[in-house]
Structure formats: structure tokens, C-alpha cells
Write a protein that binds this ligand. Structure first.
Ligand code: J2J
Length: 532
């Protein structure tokens, strides 16, 4: 793995960013200091730190007893349930490396993650109205390295999570500079890329985030977004909250109907949402019978929150807004809790660390003056230097001197604050879910009656952006409903099924008779929106 050059690593250690802490040690520290404090709450369970630690230790022994070996990768797919925590802390304790699938992922994505990581096992929950056992059956044929499938609840022919318990025989704590897990990228081209995060770098990111966001053992953090997403995991999210000894409350769904009663019951103090959900919450708050007064801070991120919407947070929800602009590859920016209103409303914050190196450059890679929009590049103590096992993505996504090309177009403002202006690439940000145009096009073109297809983003008042598929059919009888049904049969996450399908006879080409797909998408979009 390409990692931080030694002179950078030495500096990050000397400055106290990388402290040699590991995930197992973090949990053990809390379990020893405050064994009876509540750590994790879901619909059916309420675990103290002592309980979570005990379960993680038992699972670690159980996983190793299956024959899994420290260093092997394990794809985990859980909805917002407490089992997610006993499983991932069990894996950490056993020296195994979780690969985080989202609960919304289907066979196409999970198979890709399993193959790319050469996973030895797949672990999933039995919940959320989807049968992960059926997925596991199909997955075994597609991922030849898989030796074990572990399922929470009714496991049928697979190994039951509840049976994966044991005692003793555990290795020492992992090396803090080792990869702790593989997070997945929003994915600007093709399928998700795997992001190797080390104990040292990730723990730094949420420990420092705790300081910025005021997270302490008094914090009650509501996981409204999917538990495996990087934002609710680390900014400062559930991991930051557990680090501080606070309480993590898991919402089975992010809607106001589900989340508001939980806020009132558990006295939630902090949560993070994507902009479309923030809009829903603001609409629902004024008439709600539930007491939301414990909520001190609402974080919004994952996609651009417009100033118009940002302004309404305090009047409707009665709390402080914090904008969060982050990425699973590393760099995270926050508006600070005491920033003046115009900063909080009009910017996406500034980096966590004084040693985050941020460059804003033009198309040729030359730095642009403050206030001018350009490509954002980032390097630092918690920003990766390379994806896992992906030389071609690495060649595209990192500069020779190790800056990550975020693909975001930003303006840098006085004080180092960033304003996000858009994306350079072809990815669509649908309510915070990142969709790769290329990946969806590949699926469409697999239909025997589709000659060619191009996915473009269309502005949407609720979702921010929605997807529109321009499709050249081979037969006139092809129906929109069939295209959508076909996409669902492909086994992809529902959020990737095009929102809209438009049939066209041909894609207009340039005089040269050729267009890059990127230009094609731009032109289709411009034509569709009436040349805007
Ligand atoms: C505009 N675009 C944003 C914002 C992310 C914290 C918060 C979010 C993520 C995340 C994360 C944005 N305004 N406020 O990992 O720790 C878009 C950018 C960025 C991409 C990363 C975290 N916040 N974005 O969303 O890996 O385009 O991480 O490059 O899913 O989301 O997506 P992802």
C-alpha cells in the first residue's frame, strides 16, 4: 500500500496527531473507565460500554475460531442496528479488516467490494425489509475468496452471528499504523473505490472533530444517516461519540416521524443530516408534539446546503447549524460553532487541522488567487495517499506529490473557509448519495434493447440533483417501466435506478463525429434544461 512518506509520518506523530491509539484500545478504555454508561441504543437494545466491550471480545474470538486470519478483509453490511458495533469492534479486536458496505447496496456493489478486497467473509444483519441471505447466496458464486457468511438473526444455512462467540486466544492490539478498515468512496467514476484508513489517521480525524464540535461524554449523537457512511461515522459521528464516552442512538430511518420521538426520548444533542433531510426536518419541526429542545447542533453535509435553507435552521429547529464538507478519502471541513452567521450560512467550513494542506488550482494545476473558483486538492494527516489496489484510479486521483484530487470545485475565502461550487467530474450527488454516471450507463447498456445511454444530473428541489437517463433504444416498443425494472433486476442500489428515462433517436456528435461522454452529458443536460 502506498502510504505517507516517513518524513510526513514523523511530523504527524511529533505534532501529536497520530498517537498510536487503536480501535480496540479506544473501546477498552471506555469500558474500564465507565462500564455502566450507555454506549449504543437501537430499537431493541441498550448496551453499556461494558456490554459492548464484552460482546466485541466474544465475537473476536468467535470470528477467529471460524478460521479467519488477522489481516483478512470482511465485508460488513448492517442497517442502523447495535450489532454493527459489536461486529466491527469484534473484527478490529481480532485484527480483521472490515469493508463497509451500505445497507442499500445490492449484489452488484457488494460483489465488487468483496472481489476488490479479496474478502474472506461477508457479515450482514437480518433486518430492514431486505433478505441479505438471498444476496449472500448469489454473492458466493461471484466472490471466489469468500469462505464464510455470517448472518444476524435467522441465519438459515449460514453461520449465525449469535453463534460466533468464543473466549480467549485473541491477538495483541493491532499496529496503529496498519489499515483498520476499508471505507468506500462516493465514486466519481465506475464502481466504488476502496479507501484504506489506518487506526492512527482515522482516530485523529474524529478526536480532533470532537474538539471542534464540542463532543464530550455528555453528547447524545443520533445516527440518522446510514451507520456505515463516513459522515455519521467520523465527523465526529458515532466513532467520535464513543471515543468521548458519549451515547450513540441509532435511528432505523431518518424521517421526522422516526427521528423526532427519538430525539425527545433520548435527549439527543447532536446529529448530522444531508440537505434534503434537513429540509424535511425544518418543514416538520414547527408542528411537532415532540420536544426537540435538547438538540444543540445540527450538522448538514454530504451535498451543498444552500444559504436560503441554512438560514432557516435556527428559526425552525432552534439549534446551531454546522456545515460539514467532508469526504471518505479524508479532508473534512467544518464551520465552527462560534463562527459569525455569514460564515455559517455561506460557507462549507474550514479544515480540521492546521496541517491540512489545501490547494485550489486551475485546469493546468496552477494555484488560483483567493476568491477564485478552482479544483480542490488536499493532503494531510488523515487524507489517504492511494486507494486500495487500484493503480489506474491512483494515477488519476493523486498528484505526484501526494495530493488527493477531490474532484470538487471550490472557492477559498479569507480565513481558509471553503465554498463548494460544484463538481468537476461526472458524479451525481443525489441527496448525498454519490452516483457514478459511468457505472449506471454500463448497466443500462447491458439491456438487449438499449443501444446506448447517457446519465445526466438534473437539478431537483428536494434531492439537490436527480438522475436522468437518455436512452437510444434498439426497438421502438421499449418502455420506461421496463428500463427501470431491468435496472432493479441488475441488483444495484435503488438510489442508482434512474429517476427519469428519456428516449432519444441519437446522440448529437461533434463535427469530428465523436464526443467524449463527459461532453455528451454536458450537452444533453444543457439541451434538456433549455440551454441553461
Ligand atoms: C457540498 N458538497 C459536499 C458539502 C460532501 C463529512 C461530511 C460529508 C462526507 C461525504 C464525509 C459537502 N457541500 N457540505 O465523508 O466525513 C460532496 C463533495 C465531496 C463528496 C464526498 C464526511 N459534503 N460533499 O459526503 O465520500 O463532492 O463523503 O467530495 O460520501 O461529497 O462524498 P463522501
Amino acid at each position: 500500500m502506498q502510504t505517507w512518506p516517513e518524513e510526513f509520518a514523523a511530523r504527524y506523530r511529533a505534532k501529536g496527531y497520530w498517537r498510536g491509539e487503536t480501535f480496540p484500545a479506544v473501546l477498552r478504555r471506555q469500558a474500564e473507565a465507565r462500564p455502566d454508561a450507555v454506549a449504543v441504543v437501537d430499537e431493541g437494545q441498550r448496551w453499556t460500554y461494558g456490554e459492548l466491550h464484552r460482546r466485541a471480545e466474544a465475537h473476536a474470538a468467535g470470528f477467529l475460531a471460524l478460521g479467519l486470519k488477522p489481516g483478512e478483509r470482511v465485508v460488513v453490511q448492517f442497517a442502523n442496528v447495535a450489532d454493527f458495533f459489536s461486529v466491527v469492534f469484534g473484527l478490529f479486536r481480532a485484527g480483521l479488516v472490515p469493508v463497509y458496505a451500505l445497507a442499500a447496496h445490492r449484489l452488484a456493489e457488494v460483489a465488487h467490494l468483496a472481489r476488490r478486497s479479496q474478502a474472506a467473509a461477508y457479515m450482514a444483519g437480518d433486518h430492514a425489509g431486505f433478505d441479505y441471505r438471498a444476496l449472500a447466496r448469489a454473492l458466493k458464486a461471484e466472490a471466489p475468496t469468500l469462505r464464510h457468511v455470517v448472518i444476524g438473526g435467522d441465519a438459515q444455512e449460514f453461520t449465525a452471528l449469535e453463534a460466533c462467540v468464543g473466549e480467549g486466544g485473541l491477538p495483541g492490539d493491532p499496529d496503529p499504523s496498519a489499515v483498520a478498515f476499508l471505507q468506500i468512496s462516493g465514486g466519481s467514476t465506475g464502481l466504488p473505490k476502496l479507501i484504506p484508513r489506518t487506526h492512527d489517521d482515522y482516530i485523529y480525524s474524529f478526536r480532533a472533530s470532537n474538539g471542534i464540535c464540542g463532543v464530550t461524554q455528555e453528547t447524545v449523537y443520533l445516527v440518522a444517516l446510514p451507520v456505515a457512511h463516513n459522515f455519521p461515522m467520523s465527523s465526529p459521528g458515532h466513532m467520535g461519540t464513543l471515543y468521548a464516552g458519549g451515547r450513540v442512538v441509532l435511528a432505523p430511518a431518518p424521517s421526522p416521524e422516526v427521528a423526532f420521538p427519538l430525539i425527545a426520548q433520548e435527549k439527543v444533542t447532536l446529529t448530522g443530516l444531508v440537505p434534503p433531510l434537513a429540509l424535511l426536518w425544518m418543514q416538520a419541526a414547527p408542528g411537532t408534539p415532540h420536544d426537540l429542545s435538547s438538540l444543540a447542533v445540527l450538522q448538514v453535509g454530504g451535498a451543498k446546503f444552500t444559504p436560503e435553507a441554512a438560514r432557516r435552521v435556527r428559526p425552525t429547529l432552534g439549534c446551531t447549524l454546522q456545515q460539514v464538507f467532508g469526504m471518505a478519502e479524508g479532508l473534512v471541513n467544518y464551520t465552527r460553532l462560534d463562527d459569525p452567521g455569514d460564515i455559517v450560512i455561506g460557507t462549507q467550513g474550514r479544515p480540521i487541522s492546521p496541517d491540512d494542506e489545501v490547494l485550489v488550482v486551475d485546469d493546468l494545476g496552477h494555484p488560483v488567487p483567493e476568491g477564485t473558483a478552482g479544483h480542490l486538492l488536499a493532503r494531510g494527516a488523515y487524507t489517504i495517499r492511494a486507494y486500495h489496489d487500484d493503480p489506474s484510479a491512483n494515477a488519476r486521483s493523486f498528484t505526484a506529490d501526494g495530493f488527493y484530487r477531490t474532484g470538487d470545485i471550490v472557492r477559498r475565502l479569507p480565513g481558509g473557509y471553503l465554498e463548494v461550487r460544484g463538481r468537476a467530474g461526472d458524479h451525481i450527488n443525489r441527496a448525498g448519495e454519490k452516483i457514478s454516471a459511468e457505472e449506471v450507463e454500463d448497466h443500462l447498456i447491458a439491456h438487449p434493447a438499449i443501444f446506448d445511454a447517457a446519465i445526466v444530473s438534473i437539478p431537483d428541489p428536494a434531492l439537490g440533483e436527480r438522475t436522468c437517463a437518455f436512452v437510444i433504444p434498439r426497438v421502438k416498443t421499449l418502455k420506461v417501466s421496463e428500463v427501470k425494472a431491468f435496472m432493479r433486476r441488475r441488483g444495484i442500489a435503488e438510489f442508482k435506478v434512474p429517476d427519469q428515462v428519456v428516449f432519444v433517436d441519437a446522440f448529437e456528435t461533434t463535427a469530428a463525429g465523436k464526443v467524449s461522454r463527459k461532453e455528451l452529458r454536458a450537452r444533453l443536460r444543457a439541451g434538456f434544461l433549455g440551454g441553461q
